[in-house]
Design a binder for this molecule. Structure first.
Ligand SMILES: Nc1ncnc2c1ncn2[C@@H]1O[C@H](COP(=O)(O)OP(=O)(O)OP(=O)(O)O)[C@@H](O)[C@H]1O
Ligand SMILES: [Mg+2]
Length: 208
């Protein structure tokens, strides 16, 4: 399947291995779990707990985390609107690759713009993308301030900080909305697993 590209001498070379064959090898369907929300809303915390739980139950899973990808893949990017878009575009593509390889890609990114999240959904395909909105009030996130970033943003040391002086477009149709100020991390994980189960995303796929 060809994709939009800038070069004129680029041709899509199809794989000899089908998605189904890969899924049978790994015993599951690959998909993307996309976590969006303010800094401090709990994305990394939930992503890592979910990854641990899925792997413990035999599901290959891998976390793509905002801070971590900025150490490598996206270390050339900053926090301007343009760089944030590019950050999410690349990660959306990488998450889709993991998913097509049969792995559960758990992406933890503030991802403040609806357009970027929609593009990530399109890269993976609608039935292989689960959007989770961590609807944690900004006051709660600021009070948690696990990395001291809100303090710096308030002191004017960081600009365009999401929720303080940077925009966040709330997802109107998230698959799951987590209220982390009311539920503990393990309770949030149960809510996610319940949803994944209802979408048949926790069912084992075996070769017959
Ligand atoms: N239900 C919950 N789910 C997730 N985190 C919670 C919950 N309740 C309290 N917390 C706490 O909130 C903090 C969330 O921090 P975390 O680093 O996961 O946020 P983040 O969304 O990844 O932020 P950033 O965008 O800056 O990376 C942690 O200290 C965590 O212990
Ligand atoms: Mg994080």
């Amino acid at each position: 399947m060809g994709k939009e590209h800038k070069g004129t001498n680029i041709t899509w070379h199809a794989s000899r291995v089908s998605v189904t064959t890969r899924e049978q090898l790994l015993g599951q369907q690959g998909y993307v779990v996309w976590l969006t929300g303010f800094s401090g809303s709990g994305k990394s915390t939930i992503a890592c707990l979910l990854e641990e739980r899925l792997i413990r139950e035999g599901h290959p899973a891998y976390v793509l985390d905002g801070d971590n990808v900025r150490h490598g893949l996206n270390r050339d990017l900053g926090f301007s609107a343009q760089d944030r878009d590019e950050n999410i575009r690349r990660v959306g593509e990488v998450a889709a690759m993991f998913s097509k390889a049969g792995v559960v890609a758990i992406a933890a990114f503030i991802s403040p713009y609806a357009k970027g999240r929609q593009e990530a959904r399109e890269a993976a395909g609608d039935d292989a993308f689960v959007e989770i909105f961590l609807d944690t009030p900004i006051a709660e996130c600021e009070q948690r301030d696990p990395k001291g970033l809100y303090k710096k943003a308030r002191a004017g040391q960081i600009s365009d900080f999401t929720g303080i002086d940077g925009p966040y477009e709330r997802p109107p149709n998230a698959d799951i909305t987590l209220h982390t100020e009311r539920f503990t991390p393990p309770e949030c994980i149960e809510q996610i697993l319940q949803f994944l189960g209802s979408r048949h995303l926790l069912a084992a796929r075996h070769t017959h």
